[in-house]
Design a protein around this ligand. Structure first.
Ligand code: HEC
Length: 110
């Protein structure tokens, strides 16, 4: 297991390990209202590896994005960005909701 993940870590391509996939599948925001929005909207793409979306909780997918500044990420979440749909298909998500959900997936808060 350890050896497998080490060898998969070469160059920029970093594949999530089983524990990363499990975190993405099972973790939810603590706040029930946010968790409901997360389940309804973000999970379909962000909890599934290989969907093209950065995997929830998986730092190698989120850190390079967070390094560009959370404001840019939130603008993209709100307006859409390539295959990322506007508002993440959460039409009743406020800007604060999107921020909290993004920080949850990037594991830097909430
Ligand atoms: C239909 C699939 C889909 C859904 C639903 C979805 N996303 Fe995404 N998301 C994507 C994809 C694909 C990307 C990567 C876009 C790219 O970098 O080209 C992405 C990227 C992002 C990014 C990073 C943007 C950047 O600038 O790097 C944020 C933040 C984000 N999503 C937040 C959310 C939130 C919050 C939700 C739920 C409210 C959500 N997404 C729902 C597909 C989805």
């Amino acid at each position: 297991m350890v050896l497998t993940s080490l060898s998969a870590c070469s160059a920029a391509r970093q594949e999530p390990a089983a524990a990363d996939l499990q975190w993405a599948e099972t973790s939810r925001p603590v706040d029930a209202r946010l968790a409901e929005r997360y389940e309804r909207s973000c999970v379909a793409c962000h909890a599934r590896n290989g969907s093209g979306a950065p995997l929830a909780g998986f730092a190698p997918h989120w850190k390079p994005r967070m390094d560009k500044g959370v404001d840019q990420l939130l603008r993209h979440a709100s307006d859409g960005f390539n295959a990322m749909p506007a508002l993440g298909q959460c039409n009743d998500c406020s800007a604060d909701d999107l921020r909290a959900l993004t920080l949850f997936m990037a594991r830097s808060g909430t």
